[in-house]
Write a protein that binds this ligand. Structure first.
Ligand code: SF4
Ligand code: SF4
Length: 135
């Protein structure tokens, strides 16, 4: 089986305050959204490029070109929209452009999953109805 590549797309706004450590750590600990990825799976993260999500087109095309250069098949890439895009959290509301970003990635031929690291504190607030639930 070919190695996979996991790409986590973070909210550009949120990365002004978040290093992305918790997403990366969950991946290497193989927990939560990343529990099932086999050994040898590669990991990278990037931001959406900022509101209103239009820059994701150029960024994903750049990635596609780079993958072609190393003969890495698009089919072996799984894109996760980070939880800070898909759900309300301490940083901000869910992204109002999430579906647009997701559709762009899908149209470009990538498999897209929703969610990455899930903060226990934020989930408690979602469960209590204080934060909007998962989109
Ligand atoms: S488009 Fe969405 S994910 Fe990107 S910066 Fe704006 S709110 Fe964040
Ligand atoms: S999901 Fe959490 S840890 Fe991951 S990039 Fe967003 S705010 Fe940071």
């Amino acid at each position: 089986m070919a190695n996979l590549l996991v790409v986590v797309i973070q909210c550009d706004d949120v990365t002004k305050r978040c290093s992305g450590f918790a997403c990366m750590n969950d991946f290497y600990e193989r927990t939560g959204a990343f529990a099932d990825y086999p050994d040898g799976t590669r990991y990278m993260s990037m931001t959406c490029g900022g509101c209103c999500g239009n820059f994701i087109t150029a960024k994903i095309e750049h990635l596609t070109k780079k993958l072609e250069q190393i003969n890495f098949a698009k089919q072996d890439v799984i894109v996760h929209l980070a939880s800070c895009i898909c759900s309300e959290n301490s940083h901000r509301q869910p992204c109002p452009f999430m579906n647009r970003i997701k559709n762009t990635l899908t149209r470009k031929g990538y498999e897209v999953k929703l969610g990455s690291h899930i903060s226990k504190k934020a989930q408690t607030k979602r469960d209590a109805g204080i934060y909007k639930s998962w989109q």
